[in-house]
Design a binder for this molecule. Structure first.
Ligand SMILES: Cc1cc2nc3c(=O)[nH]c(=O)nc-3n(C[C@H](O)[C@H](O)[C@H](O)COP(=O)(O)OP(=O)(O)OC[C@H]3O[C@@H](n4cnc5c(N)ncnc54)[C@H](O)[C@@H]3O)c2cc1C
Length: 330
């Protein structure tokens, strides 16, 4: 396949598992590349990833640059950065997109600095202007406005939040090209993996059902009720920021601007007012249910269903009713 690379995306993988943000980047990247009339390319680094490289084609890439080497099996920021910078200098994409994940957020600024180009972090949407420049859309001023940012230098680089863009659709009939890149690994970057530990047990971004607690909760012990309901519904506990700041619950549970973006099937918010910063993280949930004692709470305007009332009356009652129904069903 010939043709210039219009959009390059970083295909993130850990232990051979491709992070789903990659498919979202391919979805948006496809739209942008088509508008530019150029190729959508992906770069993937690791070891033994031929099938995964092919998958990226099924999900929309025209060309996949594969750095396949034992020394790249685990993420090493220096090795990854050097290989990617070399590739970008070679293929000169107009646009380079990276997921705003733990790995992406550490890698992207280092790559941008090496390439002496700009980087917009945490974008929630992307577009092209009439000249084909990337318009990078992200919240500014604590999420109160959406800023549209353009970069003069190329590639125009952005990190993109997980769960804000549509995944591309897998088409196993799609054809593309996998280009094996010669890895030129530096033998010792000084980085050694001593032990692999799961960052946390909760992966709130992937949850289908979230039972979220806000400042309407009076004490950390009361979060027990939220855990109970979450278990009953097969979901996880979410939280607004004040509870995290108070140390009542871990940051991995926080939903919002400075926390996680979520898109569950059902989001139940108890005692959460609905600040722009909180709404930013959950407003695209399929169904939003709010319980709040204030009939003017902003979250009610974004809810599909709401109950005006005291969470300390409603939450135990709800748990009781669900248990009752379950017992009857048994
Ligand atoms: C840069 C920046 C980033 C931020 N990032 C985030 C973020 O990621 N996530 C986030 O959540 N916030 C974030 N915030 C904070 C945000 O502005 C709000 O302060 C926060 O969302 C408020 O949380 P809350 O709704 O739980 O609390 P409050 O605003 O205090 O609202 C509590 C609500 O509970 C209701 N209530 C009280 N008691 C009961 C009861 N017994 N039963 C039922 N309802 C009751 C009240 O009516 C009220 O509506 C950020 C702020 C800034 C400046």
């Amino acid at each position: 396949m010939c043709g210039a690379c219009g959009v390059l995306i970083f295909a993130e993988q850990e232990d051979g598992e491709i992070h789903k943000v990659t498919y979202e980047l391919l979805g948006k990247g496809r739209v942008l590349a088509d508008k530019l009339g150029k190729n959508l390319c992906a770069v993937i680094l690791g070891y033994g990833l031929n099938d995964e490289a092919q998958e990226l084609i099924y999900y929309g890439a025209d060309k996949v640059f594969l750095f396949n080497h034992p020394s790249l099996k685990d993420f090493d920021i220096i090795k990854y950065k050097q290989s990617i910078v070399r590739l970008v200098n070679e293929i000169k994409p107009d646009i380079f997109l990276i997921g705003a994940t733990r790995i992406g957020r550490s890698l992207a600024p280092r790559i941008a600095a090496s390439l002496r180009t700009g980087l917009t972090a945490d974008c929630v949407d992307l577009d092209l202007d009439d000249e084909g420049n990337l318009v990078q859309i992200r919240p500014a001023f604590s999420g109160n406005i959406m800023a549209q940012i353009k970069t003069r230098t190329k590639p125009q680089m952005a990190t993109v939040r997980y769960k804000v863009m549509k995944m591309s659709i897998r088409d196993p009939a799609r054809k593309g090209e996998v280009v094996e890149m010669k890895a030129e690994p530096i033998e010792d970057t000084g980085i050694k993996i001593l032990e692999k530990k799961k960052a946390n047990e909760v992966n709130i971004s992937e949850a289908e059902i979230i039972v979220a607690a806000g400042r309407g909760v009076k004490s950390p012990e009361d979060l027990r009720l939220f855990r109970e309901l979450a278990v009953l519904l097969g979901g996880v506990v979410g939280s607004s920021r004040p509870l995290v700041d108070a140390g009542w619950i871990g940051k991995e549970h926080q939903v919002g601007f400075s926390g996680n973006t979520v898109k569950p099937r059902v989001y139940v918010a108890f005692g959460i007012a609905g600040s722009p910063q909180h709404l930013f993280g959950m407003r695209y949930s399929d169904i939003i249910i709010a319980v709040n004692k204030d009939p003017t709470a902003p979250i009610l305007n974004f809810s599909d269903y709401y109950v005006i009332g005291d969470l300390y009356e409603i939450l135990p009652q709800l748990i009781h009713e669900i248990k009752k129904v379950r017992c009857v069903e048994k």
